[in-house]
Write a protein that binds this ligand. Structure first.
Ligand code: PLP
Length: 368
């Protein structure tokens, strides 16, 4: 089965094999693996050891995103979120339910947000302390200009939190070039092609120290994660971690390095997305995004206007041909969402496009 979804992604057999063992989290052998993973992640984030630290939160990406919002935005603090997709909406809800004062800017989900979109609001309201935003909007496939917005945030002396869950390891953003960024968050199961089960914040140590007491939650307090690492060692982790997923993640990082790191992986995903975009267009399907706004992570395609089209039936029929895509959509208009990430190549994508064509022919036969 080809898993064409934007996380959890198709993984390599070596990654899956690393899970086939029992592990004690406090075992010294495992602690060495885990401490090394944390260092490697700081490197992938373009951070500086001693300035930046990898702070884990077990579970799905939402948990670590909420932890970053709770930790780095004080209770009642005002946070600006550019709204142009499903994951921005989720971020706003996480912040609101944590009691933060959310200011939104509504933008279309068909192009990435830029500094020009947020600057007037940010300049007009000095009480906005933080801009929180999504890097790659996995709802539609657009890429928001996180480096450009970060520069604007820095110029105005504000702080930034970046949801890089579907971007980390692929879209360039170096923490050492973005001192305004308190935390960028991501998970094990997306562009680094590991198993799902744990999220990480790469955070500024000085900010984590300054923000003790903000979180209003022990489980989701990144300052406590930092304090624990200092107390018990960087190979130690609070509460029971998904040890097998962490062991697999170490192998996934080896494969990431062997492939050539960020530039090589971005090139492969870009080629995957191009193959999907061009292939679907050649089938007569209409991509949701104009070409110049199409990011490398997920391709969304308008559902055929034919009244016989039913997404669930389509996904099931496509699955019988060995290709699995999302059975839901979260763009403004009805779409099919097809992931371009994971251990997959442009040839896999062309194969998938062939299967999509056959499935459409089966379900929507032309009138004789
Ligand atoms: C996948 C994803 C998340 C986290 O999703 P979870 O289901 O909580 O792991 C957050 N933000 C973006 C942009 C994502 O793509």
């Amino acid at each position: 089965m080809l898993l064409l979804i934007p996380g959890p992604v198709q993984t390599r057999p070596e990654v899956r094999a690393a899970m086939a063992q029992d592990i004690a989290p406090w075992d010294r052998d495992f602690q060495a693996v885990y401490a090394r993973i944390r260092e490697r992640i700081v490197g992938v984030a373009g951070g500086t050891p001693g300035v930046h630290a990898t702070l884990p939160i077990q579970g799905a990406g939402h948990f670590v995103t909420e932890a970053a919002l709770r930790t780095f935005v004080p209770p009642g603090g005002r946070v600006l979120i550019p709204m142009n997709g499903a994951y921005a909406t989720r971020m706003a809800r996480l912040a609101r339910e944590a009691g933060r004062d959310v200011v939104t800017i509504e933008l279309p989900d068909t192009r990435g947000a830029t500094a020009a979109d947020i600057l007037p609001t940010l300049e007009a309201d000095p009480s906005i302390g933080t801009v929180a935003m999504v890097f790659n909007e996995t709802g539609s496939g657009i890429v928001n200009d996180a480096p450009g917005i970060g520069a604007a945030v820095r110029a105005l002396g504000r702080r930034m939190i970046l949801d890089a869950v579907s971007a980390f390891g692929v879209l360039p953003f170096r923490m050492d070039a973005h001192p305004e960024c308190d935390a960028l968050v991501f998970t094990s199961g997306k562009c680094l092609e590991g198993m799902p089960g744990i999220g990480f914040a790469v955070a500024r140590i000085d900010r984590a120290e300054a923000c003790a007491g903000n979180a209003g939650s022990w489980s989701l307090d990144l300052t406590d994660v930092l304090a624990h690492a200092r107390r018990s060692g960087w190979g130690s982790i609070r509460f029971t971690p998904p040890v097998q997923a962490i062991a697999a993640f170490d192998v996934a990082l080896d494969l990431y390095d062997a492939e050539g790191g960020q530039a090589a992986r971005l090139a492969r995903y870009r080629a995957n997305a191009d193959a999907l975009y061009d292939g679907c267009a050649a089938l007569g399907l209409r991509p949701y995004l104009e070409r110049q706004h199409q990011g490398p992570v997920i391709v969304t395609i308008h559902q055929p206007a034919d009244p016989r089209f039913d997404l669930m039936a389509f996904v099931e029929a496509l699955k019988r041909r060995g290709v699995l895509i999302s059975n839901f959509w979260n763009t403004t208009a009805p779409t099919m969402r097809i992931g371009a990430i994971g251990a997959l190549t442009p040839d896999d994508m062309r194969h998938a496009v062939g299967a999509i064509g056959e499935t459409l022919a089966e379900l929507l036969p032309r009138a004789a």
